[in-house]
Each structure stands twice: as structure tokens, then as C-alpha cells.
Design a protein around this ligand. Structure first.
Ligand code: ZN
Length: 304
């Protein structure tokens, strides 16, 4: 079982690259800046990924065969709560209409049916968006954590799994989704015991502490349901699987020196596709400052 999902996902990524569904060349070397942080043992990673800019250019996506130029906009499902009026990018039936070349891998995890599709505007190697078959809200609960842990375990610990809270990295709050990638995150090198020195509020739990993680997240969200969210990462940590939880607040979703701070950034991985000067100028103080800037007001108040 363990190897099957891993090989299916890797084979799908390769196939999607070969047919031109993946922007840029994920196999080419990526311009990378590494910034070691002696306080935590983490080496922050900054990467220049200009291909991501193409994701907002429908004509270029159509030209490349990524977006179907003959899609019937009237057939697309739109969540009535979405003020933009755009269709849901994550509904499988919308994907079939808009991106017929996209291959979706069925995944059963956490008692739910999911589909994993290669992210054409990838942030990492083997970067998949794992979305629920059903159009349900982006809410973290026990079944979502179980799904994350199962996907990690069923890929022999190769795929890291990310959950971004709504408006805390996730820009589509109406369709439950995860991200998965085989690239290691900088935060995996965090020295045990140094969690308090990480610039964003972080707790790390063993993969066996499912109940504790769920209670910790619920307590945080219940304190201020309107604003309190989390980023959650399941990844290897010093030889075993761990659950990294970063406390977030929808009022502190951006950092001046980076922009939107999502699951990648809070795990120490800063991707730039524009703002070349920011990419070149960032140093340890910039990165730590950006992570400290998204500290929720409630956590900030407790520290003072
Ligand atoms: Zn949807």
C-alpha cells in the first residue's frame, strides 16, 4: 500500500510534465538563496520561480493547452459566497471542463475521497493540490489531520502535507484542499527544544498525538472564530513523522517584505515570482521579521 500512492503521484507528475501541463521546467536548477538561522538550526530557503507569474495569464495558459479555450463558462459551478463571481478552481467537475489535460489521482484518506492534481504553477517538486471530491469548506478537524497523516504514511514519508487555514494562506476557503510535495521544508531542520526561538508561533507534536493536536487547534480557533486560523504541516522531523502547527490570524496574513504568507513561508520556504529586488535583498533579519510580522495579535499580547 505504502509504495503504491507514492509511485502513482510521482508517475503522474512526470506524465504531466511531459505533456506540458507543468509551467516552467521543474527539473532545471532553481535559483536559490540559503540563509542559516543559528537560533533555530533552520536554514531558510528563498527561491526564484518566475514561471508562477503565468498562472494569472489565461491567454498564455490557453496557448499552452493548460486551460481549455473552448470551456463553457455557463457550466462552471460558482460558490454563491464568492464575491469575485469566479468559478471554484477546485471542484473536480470544473477542473474537467477547464483543464482536460489534468490527471487527478484518487486518494482515500481520513475517511474521505480526495483527488490529487499536479499544480501547474508549482512551488516545489511533485507539488500536488489534494482536493476533496465534494465542495466543502476549508476547515481543519480530526478527519483532515487523519488524511494528512495517512497521505504522509502511505507515501513512505516522502510526501509532506500542508493545510492552510482560510485567509491564512488558503485563498479558496470554500473547497477543502491540502498541498503535498516531496521537497523537504526548511523547518524540518528545527533543533528540538528551539520551537520558542522560531519567529512565528510554533508547536511541534509527534504523529501519535492526533487528539492533542486537534484540541490545541480547536482551543485556538474557538478563542476567536472569526480570525483565528492555523497552518499545519505533516513532515519528517529527526527520524519520525511530526505535526507542525503555526498559529495564524486572518488580520495578519501578509508580511511587508514578502506578501501573502502561506504554508510554504511559515515553514521557512520563501518563493518569489516577481519583486526580484526583494528576493535579492532579503537577509536573515528580513526573513525572521516577515515570520514575526504574522504573529497573531492574541499571541503578541500574551508576550508583552
Ligand atoms: Zn469547489
Amino acid at each position: 500500500m505504502a509504495e503504491r500512492l507514492l509511485s502513482q503521484l510521482v508517475a503522474t507528475w512526470t506524465q504531466q510534465t511531459e505533456v506540458g501541463f507543468i509551467l516552467g521546467d521543474p527539473d532545471a536548477p532553481t535559483e536559490t538563496r540559503l540563509i542559516p538561522d543559528p537560533a533555530t538550526g533552520v536554514t531558510f530557503r528563498l527561491r526564484w520561480l518566475p514561471h508562477r507569474e503565468l498562472r494569472t495569464d489565461p491567454h498564455e495558459l490557453e496557448r499552452r493547452g493548460i486551460l481549455n479555450p473552448e470551456r463553457d463558462e455557463d457550466l462552471l459551478f460558482r460558490d454563491p459566497r464568492d464575491p469575485s463571481g469566479l468559478h471554484c478552481f477546485l471542484c473536480p467537475q470544473n477542473i474537467a471542463i477547464c483543464h482536460p489535460a489534468e490527471a487527478l489521482v484518487p486518494v482515500r484518506a481520513g475517511g474521505r475521497e480526495w483527488l490529487a492534481g499536479a499544480n501547474f504553477a508549482w512551488l516545489a517538486h511533485n507539488h500536488f493540490t489534494v482536493l476533496t471530491v465534494d465542495h466543502v469548506d476549508q476547515v481543519f478537524d480530526r478527519s483532515v489531520l487523519a488524511a494528512m497523516l495517512e497521505i504522509h504514511a502511505e507515501t513512505s514519508g516522502q510526501f509532506r502535507v500542508v493545510f492552510n487555514g482560510a485567509y491564512a494562506g488558503a485563498t479558496i476557503p470554500w473547497h477543502l484542499h491540502l498541498h503535498a510535495t516531496t521537497d523537504a521544508f526548511p523547518i524540518e531542520d528545527l533543533t528540538p527544544g528551539r520551537e520558542v526561538d522560531y519567529p512565528a508561533p510554533l508547536r511541534v507534536f509527534p504523529d501519535t498525538a492526533e487528539g492533542e493536536v486537534v484540541r490545541y487547534v480547536s482551543r485556538w480557533e474557538e478563542r476567536d472564530p472569526e480570525h483565528h486560523r492555523v497552518n499545519v504541516l505533516v513532515a519528517p522531523w529527526h527520524g519520525r513523522a511530526a505535526v507542525f502547527v503555526i498559529l495564524r490570524d486572518t488580520r495578519a496574513r501578509n508580511a511587508a517584505a514578502k506578501g501573502l504568507m502561506g504554508g510554504w513561508e511559515v515553514a521557512g520556504d520563501f518563493a518569489y515570482s516577481e519583486k526580484r529586488k526583494q528576493f535579492e535583498a532579503a537577509d536573515l533579519a528580513t526573513v525572521r521579521g516577515a515570520l514575526a510580522e504574522i504573529t497573531p495579535p492574541a499571541v503578541r499580547d500574551e508576550k508583552e
